[in-house]
Design a protein around this ligand. Structure first.
Ligand code: GTP
Ligand code: IMP
Ligand code: MG
Length: 337
């Protein structure tokens, strides 16, 4: 029996898609199942020279042997879901829980026209906040009510728990990041739900006793899109001098860039119950590390930074990403666990 949860440690966009794809190829899960808010997420995976982005399907889709499930806690935009299923030819393996709540056009309109959400908070405009509000009010439609979704419905907790009980490996993927949590983030500049590891397990219907590993993903230079506090933020000019420019996958907005925040990392690792840390963007800290695949080839600067991350979080750094592409990674899990 084994289940691993992967979550973001900062404000999202830490590179969870890349880390999940690596774990999937290495550990061959039977099921990759998504928790998190909904299509406000955008994961990018670069694989065999191509760049893929997904908003609804699990970002582990590049691993072709796994079933791809969406947990009941996740908001579903049927159009986005069906489009991704078609584009990725995932008809036979993509399923969603029949209880997922549905994002309708009116939710998107309400999100985009709300001065509070779109203006002040800087929401993604994907309708997630208003749809979650309707869900709490118990007026939202569920996936079981949508004709086009009928062929894709399943009971996700049943599928996932059965696989775990049969000794299969299940990968649970989170979206967004810890500091965007409705409970623990920089309220009110947060998303419309908790984003910690426990929430991801709840979203897919798996109890805490069945989770073996929690991998929290941090990036060397945290980023934030939208408004709100960012204690270690640097100026755009500083970021450009460091050669760091990033744009959001969903909204195309320029991401704000900051320096490593050890205090936030420690708190995030604590609430998430991290057993491992995955660190992305080590190549942004030191260009010489780009594409490196062995610990011994990392520079002194990179090794010292990784040691600092371990001191800050009190958790071993087991995965070190050295570039956007799937094979650009150092996997130390065999040595460190
Ligand atoms: P959310 O669920 O939306 O929070 O997304 P995410 O965590 O999957 O991250 P996203 O794909 O939105 O952003 C991460 C970006 O960094 C992508 O463009 C990745 O291709 C890229 N990336 C991931 N790992 C690395 C790395 O080690 N180095 C560099 N240079 N880029 C990376
Ligand atoms: P909403 O989730 O669209 O309501 O947006 C609320 C806040 O969360 C905004 O600051 C968004 O930029 C941010 N946000 C939501 N989802 C993501 C994500 O996947 N990555 C990064 N930021 C996100
Ligand atoms: Mg993203």
């Amino acid at each position: 029996m084994s289940a691993t949860v992967v979550v973001g440690g900062f404000w999202g966009d830490e590179g969870k898609g890349k880390i999940i794809s690596h774990i999937a190829h290495a550990d061959k899960p039977k099921i990759i199942v998504r928790g998190g808010v909904g299509p406000n997420a955008g994961h990018t995976v670069e694989f065999e020279g191509k760049k893929y982005g997904v908003r609804m399907l699990p970002s582990g889709f590049v691993y072709r042997e796994a079933r791809l499930l969406i947990g009941a806690g996740v908001l579903v935009n049927p159009e986005v879901f069906l489009n991704e299923v078609r584009t990725l030819k995932a008809e036979n393996r993509a399923r969603l829980d029949f209880r997922c709540a549905i994002i309708e056009e009116r939710h998107i309109d309400a999100d985009r026209s709300s001065e509070h959400l779109s203006g002040k908070i800087g929401s993604t405009g994907t309708g997630c906040g208003p749809a979650n509000a309707d869900r709490v009010m118990r007026t939202a439609k569920l996936a079981r009510d949508v004709v086009e979704l009928q062929p894709f419905l399943t009971d996700v907790p049943l599928d996932v728990n059965t696989a775990i009980d049969e000794g299969e490996f299940v990968l649970i993927e989170g979206t967004q990041g810890f500091a965007l949590s409705l409970y623990y983030g920089t309220y009110p500049y947060v998303t419309s739900k908790d984003t910690s590891a426990s929430q991801m397990a709840a979203d897919v219907g798996v109890g805490p006793t069945k989770i073996d590993e929690v991998v929290v993903v941090f990036k060397t230079f945290p980023t934030r899109v939208g408004a709100g506090p960012f204690p270690t933020e640097m100026s755009q000019e500083e970021a450009e001098n460091l050669g760091i420019i990033e744009y959001g996958t969903v909204t195309g907005r320029r991401r704000r860039i900051g320096y490593w925040d050890g205090e936030l990392a420690r708190y995030s690792a604590m609430v998430n119950g991290a057993t491992q840390v995955a660190l992305t963007g080590i190549d942004k800290l030191d260009r010489e590390c780009y594409g490196v695949r062995e610990w011994s080839r990392l520079t002194k600067k990179a090794k010292e930074f990784i040691e600092r991350v371990e001191d800050d979080t009190n958790v071993p750094v087991t995965l070190i990403s050295t570039g956007p592409s799937l094979e650009q990674i150092i996997d130390l899990r065999d040595e460190k666990l």
